[in-house]
Design a protein around this ligand. Structure first.
Ligand SMILES: *Cc1c(COP(=O)(O)O)cnc(C)c1O
Length: 225
């Protein structure tokens, strides 16, 4: 077993109830997840559909599973029955598919729109214009009844310049503030998912209320992601 209990306690204390900790368990064993579960933790994040489905089958059913990876439309059906929150929604096509699968399950699936804030080409997400277009479509036409937008997710640049990272988080916070007072059946914006092991303290200072932390809890990953 290789979870870092000391880091876990420190993070929980540091967040002091103001932000939800999503423990990112991708590539880690069910035993490691179980160890954190036994400490009372319930929110876990995974990046791969097949891995998530297998872990969901093997672990207690009161775990809240967050899907934080890049989701392909043809795989939504596998996680729709049980997923708690989908963080990385970056297209209308994907939202439509989530809506379709949620309807089949007679439920509403909570989603975060992923916004592109980094200076790196490799990261996913909607840009400002695309975000505005998606939001306008959802609110004005209300075509999707089985999804609910709960907020935004973003990843800052992998940079050793904290001011760069801070500026990127600040940009995401701006979108959050812009939409959080809008009320419509499809919008209930109360979640700002930003911050990982290396930058979560900055994210919290910039208004994050959900952090996604893997390596500080479970150790470095050997398999690259
Ligand atoms: C892997 C991953 C994390 C966690 O990264 P750490 O640096 O290990 O804390 C957070 N968010 C996303 C989207 C990830 O893919």
């Amino acid at each position: 077993m290789s979870i870092n209990t000391k880091n876990y306690q420190e993070i929980i204390t540091g967040l002091s109830g103001k932000a939800t900790l999503v423990a990112v368990s991708k590539t880690k064993s069910v035993e490691d997840i179980r160890a954190l579960y036994d400490l009372g933790h319930r929110d876990f994040g995974e990046n791969y559909v097949q891995e998530l489905v297998q872990k969901h089958e093997q672990l207690p059913k009161d775990i809240r599973w967050h899907f934080i990876g890049h989701l392909q439309s043809n795989k939504v059906k596998f996680i729709a029955p049980f997923v708690h929150l989908i963080h990385g929604v970056d297209s209308l096509k994907l939202l439509q598919e989530i809506n379709k699968q949620a309807l089949k399950q007679a439920k509403v699936i909570d989603c975060l729109l992923q916004v592109y804030i980094a200076k790196e080409e490799t990261k996913f997400g909607l840009d400002e214009t695309e975000l505005a277009a998606v939001m306008a479509y959802l609110v004005n036409d209300q075509p999707l009844k089985n999804i609910r937008i709960r907020g935004f997710m973003g990843m800052a640049s992998f940079s050793d310049n904290p001011e760069q990272v801070r500026a990127e988080f600040r940009q995401l916070r701006k979108f959050f503030d812009q939409y959080k007072s809008d009320s419509s059946p499809v919008l209930q914006v109360d979640t700002l998912s930003m911050g990982m092991s290396g930058d979560y303290k900055i994210a919290i200072q910039e208004g994050s209320n959900m952090v996604r932390i893997g390596s500080l809890l479970f150790g470095e990953r050997t398999r690259p992601v």
